[in-house]
Design a protein around this ligand. Structure first.
Ligand SMILES: Cc1cc2nc3c(=O)[nH]c(=O)nc-3n(C[C@H](O)[C@H](O)[C@H](O)COP(=O)(O)O)c2cc1C
Length: 199
């Protein structure tokens, strides 16, 4: 919330409120990221209560239900990452897409092992073995440069155990399909929920 207030005071146009569920890199730039792991449901209303500019909710939003929930919390829009990862148009590696589609709610971890910045991805051999060295890992961009060759080789050899398999905690709700099909489904679901709520 403090970071959102600071951003608003410095003249940004909109704020992405990223809950700890989110896949990929964390957007925390103020203080220690470990103190900024508030979940989306708790974070978004605390920000929208304090902020005048548009707030975009992110983290664990995977379908029409999530979109309506975010709007109910006061967000003006949503940012969805993991939901698009395994879709047809996505440039993610096939191993990554498969891992997201078969992920379960207990399989993601926050790790600095790949880039030096904290990010959420699916636990694999690399995240587990590097955990032992977590306190001595160099910061971004050094660690990112150091792991580049490993990630590129792993991609060529189709070895997901050494790939950064970024994914959020709700990855199991992903559907694949095309981006257009996903959007059409989410809009239909959102409209249906709105109707049910009105009845
Ligand atoms: C593959 C992938 C890479 C990402 N990379 C970044 C990044 O470099 N910087 C950042 O601030 N957020 C990054 N994110 C986070 C997204 O901007 C967004 O906040 C997140 O995907 C929302 O949560 P969800 O994945 O549960 O939908 C990334 C997300 C994914 C899935």
């Amino acid at each position: 919330v403090r970071e959102a207030e600071l951003l608003q005071a410095n003249g940004v146009d909109a704020i992405v409120a990223q809950g700890s569920e989110a896949g990929g890199h964390r957007g925390t730039f103020l203080d220690d990221w470990r103190d900024a792991l508030t979940g989306t449901l708790a974070l978004v209303p605390q920000i929208t209560d304090r902020i005048e500019i548009p707030v975009i909710a992110a983290g664990g939003i995977m379908d029409g239900r999530g979109i309506i929930a975010a709007l109910a919390l006061g967000a003006e829009g949503v940012q969805m990452g993991t939901a698009f990862l395994p879709c047809k148009e996505s440039g993610a590696h096939e191993c990554h897409k498969k891992a997201v589609l078969s992920c379960t709610e207990d399989r993601t971890v926050l790790t600095r092992a790949f880039s030096g910045r904290p990010a959420r991805g699916i636990r694999n051999r690399f995240t587990v073995e590097m955990e032992t060295h977590r306190d001595i890992l160099p910061a971004y961009p050094l660690q990112n440069a150091l792991t580049r060759d490993i990630r590129q080789a792993a991609a060529k050899q189709n070895r997901p155990e050494f790939l950064s398999l970024w994914a959020g905690q709700a990855a199991a709700l992903s559907r694949g399909k095309t981006a257009g099909e996903l959007l059409a489904e989410w809009i239909q679901e959102a409209e249906q929920i709105l109707q049910q709520l009105h009845n």
